[in-house]
Design a protein around this ligand. Structure first.
Ligand code: GN1
Ligand code: MG
Length: 362
């Protein structure tokens, strides 16, 4: 039984609590995440890391711990109680390791749950967009002096456009007739955008856009808020790696400015919300703006478009491959996600002039 298993794994970790109950936190697409309630006030988040996706789990967990330690140092001036709400705190096993490996070969890690907090799957007011911008901007700011060489590249070429595009082309070769047919319109849309979607990749390769420490999964549900909608903490640091600012900016915009969830089927409900974009930019630049170069600033809007495109082709590729990567709830889930992202790109493109950073600052 899952409950027995979770209780067993939970007790491998170094805490002084008694397992009371669990609840699955089902918003992620890769790992299995559970909230563990205990007989005491403190609750925990216990996670089974998907080691098919993350090949170097020990590297992944040390990345997470390094980053938390770094953030804790940077925020050491805060009162202890607040610091605990601003940075993830990982729990070691009773043997002193940062993860537990069970008999079946699964890897587990655990952190303290930050209580009186909430996350958003979709955003419904500008304040949350603004606070999200501040939170992710601050994360980049606080990690800007982190030593990149300490980080394991947990998924090589994670946001590399040429790589993602070639995976898409490989999938086209092996997909079933039925899936190719159902995805026909999406495939055409993707091919049409190909050139434009490689612009940022080239600037990255030429060194005009520089590498920094980035989170790489800045969807809004990875931002934790307090009960008054003030930003608290960035969570899910699984994919912290060297990257470019555009994709952290872009993934937040992808999820904040979509007027619907990323898997909404009714595409009429999927539109790009420019007001939320402006609010996000304001918060984001407040924290990190002064350290961005003019070329980084100039390409932020295209960065947002490109990040949405990366997600669209990743969902589409997985659909064509027969759903082997993302968790899906029904057979066409990945296709729905891809169509949704492409519709978002269409709506964003109509407003891209108004997204220019210079235009916003006037
Ligand atoms: C995956 O598992 P989760 O939800 O944290 C994916 C991200 C995608 C996201 C889409 C390792 O993240 O890249 O943006 O789904 N993570 C990985 O919602 O592939
Ligand atoms: Mg993630």
């Amino acid at each position: 039984m899952l409950e027995d298993k979770l209780k067993f794994v939970f007790n491998k970790f170094d805490h002084f609590s008694e397992f009371l109950s669990y609840e699955e936190l089902a918003s992620g697409h890769i790992n299995d995440t559970y909230l563990i309630e205990t007989a005491k006030k403190t609750s925990y988040v216990l996670q089974r890391i998907n080691h098919e996706v993350f090949r170097d789990v020990s590297g992944l967990i040390s990345n997470k711990v390094y980053v938390s330690n770094h953030l804790q140092k940077k925020l050491a001036h805060l009162p202890k109680k607040e610091l605990k709400r601003r940075v993830l705190c990982f729990v070691n096993t009773k043997k002193g390791d940062s993860y537990y490996r069970d008999k079946e070969g699964n890897y587990w890690n655990m952190m303290i749950y930050i209580d009186n907090s909430k996350t958003f799957e979709t955003v419904t007011n500008e304040e949350v967009a603004y606070e999200g911008g501040k939170l992710f901007g601050d994360f980049l700011n606080l990690t800007s002096d982190f030593d990149i060489s300490k980080l394991t590249e947990v998924i090589p070429k994670f946001h590399d456009m040429s790589f993602r595009y070639s995976q898409f082309e490989d999938a086209l070769k092996i997909a079933s007739e039925e899936r190719l047919n159902k995805a026909k319109t999406c495939i055409k849309q993707v091919e049409h955008l190909k050139e434009e979607m490689h612009i940022i990749q080239r600037l990255k390769e030429s060194g005009e856009i520089k590498l920094r420490v980035t989170h790489n999964d800045t969807k809004i549900s990875n931002a934790l808020f307090d009960l008054n909608n003030k930003g608290l903490c960035v969570i899910d640091t699984d994919t912290v790696m060297p990257g470019i600012v555009h994709y952290d900016f872009g993934d937040a915009i992808r999820t904040i400015c979509n007027t619907a969830a990323e898997d909404e089927k009714n595409l009429e409900l999927v539109n790009f919300n420019l007001a939320y974009y402006k609010a996000y930019v304001k918060g984001f630049l407040k924290e990190i703006g002064s350290s961005l170069s003019s070329i980084e600033l100039q390409y932020l809007p295209l960065g947002a478009k490109t990040m949405i495109f990366i997600m669209a082709i990743r969902f589409l590729t997985d659909y064509l491959n027969g759903d082997i990567y993302y968790k899906t709830a029904y057979p066409e889930h990945n296709l729905v996600r891809a169509k949704n992202q492409l519709k978002l790109i269409e709506s964003l493109s109509e407003q891209i002039k108004e997204m220019e950073i210079n235009a916003l600052n006037k």
